[in-house]
Design a protein around this ligand. Structure first.
Ligand code: ADP
Ligand code: MG
Ligand code: ZN
Length: 503
């Protein structure tokens, strides 16, 4: 970005001002069909292949509400401790945009399906911060414009634009927080932790993959500052479509520094939308924000109201899974690990594979060790997520079992994992094919030990003289001779025994 913006240091900004935030998160639901028509939501189809008169807004077409979409919205509302409306409607939000063929977005306005909730998020130091939820409402996604012929892919400088309406009408849930006050210098951290926790909740409900990198979840960061010690909110800016956790944190931080610079030099903040730039973490001005009245909201006349039966709502409530934070704390205690270790496992996407590996019979420490060690390393090298690695929890559990039984040592186990990842089959198959077995035949081991002693008399003498630490070199020689297939601890015992030394 060539635009330079005046900033004050983060510390100076916080010394004078108190940040207030509002987070609006859009989640694309994983329903099979769109919100108001039967078109498929599958990705990867040819442009405009998944459209019909309804999602193209052709005259005379009539929308129908997707029941699964409503169900997902209620589940999200319940998981966020919201009240669920007994009766609510859709509303038309009127504005013109080329990627929105109806010239209005079917959304909800003053009658959202869920309202008045909260989500507790855990910060890095373990403290829990409660973020209050204003509402969660149902709406639909827009199509997608591609600007062609320019250098930047932006409309500016493009020769023409292409429109793909496959995404138009895919169900969205918009979750809006109440103003978040009292986070102080931790406001950016709270923003990131909130979006991260929300993502976990959405995933646990199985209503969306909520992949930010795929645009299935995106966040608008509203931010304002007020002088420390005052009550009244300042004017907010709204940084749109921030699409990674790290960017949410950076956007909030940048806006705090920018607002402080404007305010402390006597300027005023204009209420506007802003774009976030990944490259340098800055934001730049978008458009002056419309007020709600400019959208001429009115109740959607083509759709019946949504009045979810209380029995249905209670059934959905009873079927909610254990909430991610509760589950994390339970696992942390069961596994006896620190908050920090738990966080690392979470960041690595290792928690679910580890749980599945334990369910398949592996001891917890073994399951953690293989996923967070060897497999995380391979995944990292290949730029893949852990759950994309071609190995199953059942296979990892089998490796752990072979180690526990003494059939494999760690070194051999790593080779087995390598074999499974290379497509050589199940662990037992790899063991057989590669001939990987710990030599536990005492006769063979003793022979190897004797050979090592004979070949390294000087070292053997040192050990006899009391330098037990020198045994490492002989253990190494035996391991080499057995191609790493001996149990190193047993080898050391045998060496000391042969040399008549106490271990
Ligand atoms: P809009 O449709 O204009 O984006 P919303 O009310 O849907 O407005 O969302 C605004 C978000 O910003 C909400 O999360 C709200 O709590 C928050 N918010 C409102 N006023 C302020 C303010 N002055 N400073 C920071 N956040 C604010
Ligand atoms: Mg908004
Ligand atoms: Zn359609």
């Amino acid at each position: 970005m060539t635009v330079t913006t005046d900033l004050v240091s983060y510390e100076d900004a916080l010394a004078s001002y108190d940040p207030v935030m509002g987070l609006e998160v859009h989640v694309e639901l994983g329903t099979r069909t769109k919100m108001f028509c039967g078109c498929s939501t599958a990705l990867g189809a040819d442009a405009n292949a998944q459209t019909c008169p309804t999602c193209l807004g052709l005259p005379g077409s009539l929308p129908v509400v997707n029941a699964t979409g409503v169900e997902s919205a209620i589940k999200i509302g319940l998981a966020l401790n919201c009240e669920i409306a007994e009766w609510c409607r859709f509303a038309r939000k009127n504005y013109f945009y080329p990627d929105m063929p109806k010239n209005f977005q079917t959304s909800q306005y003053d009658e959202p399906i869920a309202f008045n909730g909260y989500l507790d998020v855990q910060l890095e130091d373990g403290e829990v911060f409660r973020v209050e939820i204003e509402r969660a409402h149902m709406e639909e996604d827009t199509g997608k414009s591609t600007h062609v012929g320019g250098a930047t892919g932006r409309i500016h400088g493009a020769s023409h634009s292409l429109l793909d309406y496959n995404r138009a009408g895919i169900p969205l849930i918009e979750i809006v927080t109440k103003p978040i006050e009292g986070a102080g210098e931790r406001a950016p951290e709270v923003a990131k932790a909130y979006v991260a926790e929300l993502r976990e909740v959405i995933r646990s409900l199985d209503v969306s993959e909520a992949r930010m990198d795929k645009g299935q979840m995106r966040c608008d960061v509203n931010l304002s500052l007020r002088p420390n010690g005052t009550e009244e909110f300042g004017t907010r800016s709204e940084t749109k479509n921030v699409n990674s956790l790290r960017s949410v944190e950076r956007a909030a931080r940048f806006e705090i520094q920018r607002h402080a610079a404007v305010l402390s030099s006597g300027g005023t903040i204009v209420q506007e939308t802003r774009h976030f730039h990944e490259d340098d973490g800055s934001t730049t001005s978008g458009r002056i924000k419309d007020n709600a009245e400019d959208y001429r909201y009115f109740p959607e006349p083509d759709l019946v109201p949504v009045a979810p039966a209380r029995e249905w709502v209670e059934e959905l409530r009873a079927g909610l899974p254990e909430m991610p934070r509760v589950r994390r704390n339970r696992l942390r205690e069961q596994w006896g690990v620190t908050e920090h270790d738990m966080q690392s496992m979470l960041n690595a996407g290792a928690v679910d594979p580890i749980v599945a590996t334990i369910d398949a019979g592996a001891p917890a420490d073994q399951a953690r060790k293989w996923w967070m060690g060897e497999l995380a390393r391979h995944a990292n090298e290949q730029g893949k997520a852990l759950d994309e690695m071609p190995i199953t929890p059942v296979q990892v559990a089998r490796v752990a079992e072979l180690v526990a039984a003494g059939d494999l040592n760690d070194k051999l186990a790593r080779q087995v994992i390598e074999g499974v990842l290379a497509g050589e089959g199940d662990p037992d198959k790899v063991v057989e094919k590669r001939g990987l077995k710990v030599v536990s035949d005492e006769g063979a081991l003793t022979a190897a030990v004797e050979e090592a002693i004979a070949g390294n008399q000087a070292i053997a003498d040192k050990i006899r003289g009391g330098k037990v630490a020198a045994a490492g070199a002989l253990v190494g020689a035996v391991m080499k001779a057995t191609r790493g297939q001996a149990d190193a601890a047993r080898v050391k015992e045998l060496i000391l025994e042969k040399l008549g030394v106490e271990g």
